[in-house]
Design a protein. Structure first.
Length: 312
């Protein structure tokens, strides 16, 4: 790619001010199965995710299954992350298994005492990572959204309410989405939380249709920190913006770049600029046209420069 003198100057400036590389903290918990079939299914899904997450060089991966899936172990793990994580890091917490909802409080079923959504939220609140994602794939998980939501935290639930209490299949397809390149709809060589959510939701619907069964789960998300959970296709305003900008895993050349110290910071800057561009598009209606054009042009020029450096 041939760069103009202006773009080369911008590139030099960017390289001088690139941020320290952020990390991702992945916590995956396969809760109490209750039956051998569920126990094996939950553990297998957690192990699939563990393998996917460990492929990233910038990842800190914690996976709790079997006898280790206890409230105490989860609490200790989250407190350890709270001491280590930095504001620029990301947190991805995935819950797999059974949940319950009594009309007031959601609980995630673990070995020994269960843990409530309020307690889960408190643990997440202690982690300084500004961007967080909670993926609750359990039955009755819709009952956890209200307690878990907050600004800069995306919450995905396998069920739209706490009253959808049957065992779910959403977790299976969430794990599949993070391993299937077709989930990368925008061909960015990364799979965002929104891309994985839409993939898993679509596959879940196909499952029930193929089995000729009435669907007993309808996945929802909330990522504004102050709204009602929504189904795909019903989002308005800034709903979906955080999930669309939050990378869960990288694939292909993008993953290879993250494993190359010479390109890691450039890739982080590229994703930062892409997030800025996405945010500007959401803010366009509230901005003065000239200022919107100026900021968008500046971000695009920087993105071209960084992309050129990555392709060298």
């Amino acid at each position: 790619m041939r760069l103009t003198p202006h773009l080369s100057a911008v590139g030099a400036l960017l390289l001088a001010v690139l941020p320290l590389q952020a990390s991702v903290y992945y916590v995956t918990v396969a809760g109490l199965g209750g039956e051998p079939d569920y126990e094996q299914r939950f553990t297998a899904t957690a192990r699939d995710l563990d393998k996917v997450f460990r492929a990233s060089s910038d990842a800190h991966v914690y996976t709790l299954t079997g006898k280790d899936a206890t409230k105490n172990r989860l609490t200790d793990t989250m407190m350890q992350i709270a001491r280590q994580a930095k504001p620029e890091d990301d947190l991805v917490l995935t819950l797999i298994g059974h949940g319950s909802f009594d009309g007031v409080e959601y609980k995630f079923n673990l070995v020994g005492p269960d843990i409530s959504s309020a307690e889960l939220a408190s643990l997440c609140d202690r982690v300084p990572a500004k961007r967080q994602l909670v993926v609750n794939t359990t039955s009755a998980s819709g009952g956890s959204v209200e307690a878990l939501e907050r600004p800069n935290r995306g919450v995905i639930a396998a069920t739209k309410t706490g009253t959808e209490k049957n065992a779910t299949v959403f977790a299976r397809y969430w794990a599949e989405a993070l391993q299937d390149p077709t989930a990368d709809v925008d061909k960015s060589e990364s799979i965002s939380a929104m891309e994985a959510f839409q993939y898993a939701d679509r596959k879940t619907a196909v499952f029930y249709e193929s089995q000729k069964r009435l669907a007993t789960e309808h996945a929802v998300f909330e990522d504004t920190g102050k709204g009602e959970a929504v189904r795909p296709g019903t989002a308005q305003g800034r709903e979906g913006a955080l999930l669309s900008s939050l990378t869960v895993v990288r694939i292909g050349a993008s993953q290879a770049a993250m494993n190359d110290p010479a390109k890691r910071d450039l890739l982080a800057k590229k994703e930062e600029l892409e997030q800025k561009i996405d945010a500007l598009k959401y803010q366009k209606a509230a901005m003065e046209p000239g200022e919107y054009k100026r900021q968008l042009t500046d971000a695009l020029l920087q993105l071209v420069t960084v992309q050129g450096e990555l392709e060298k």
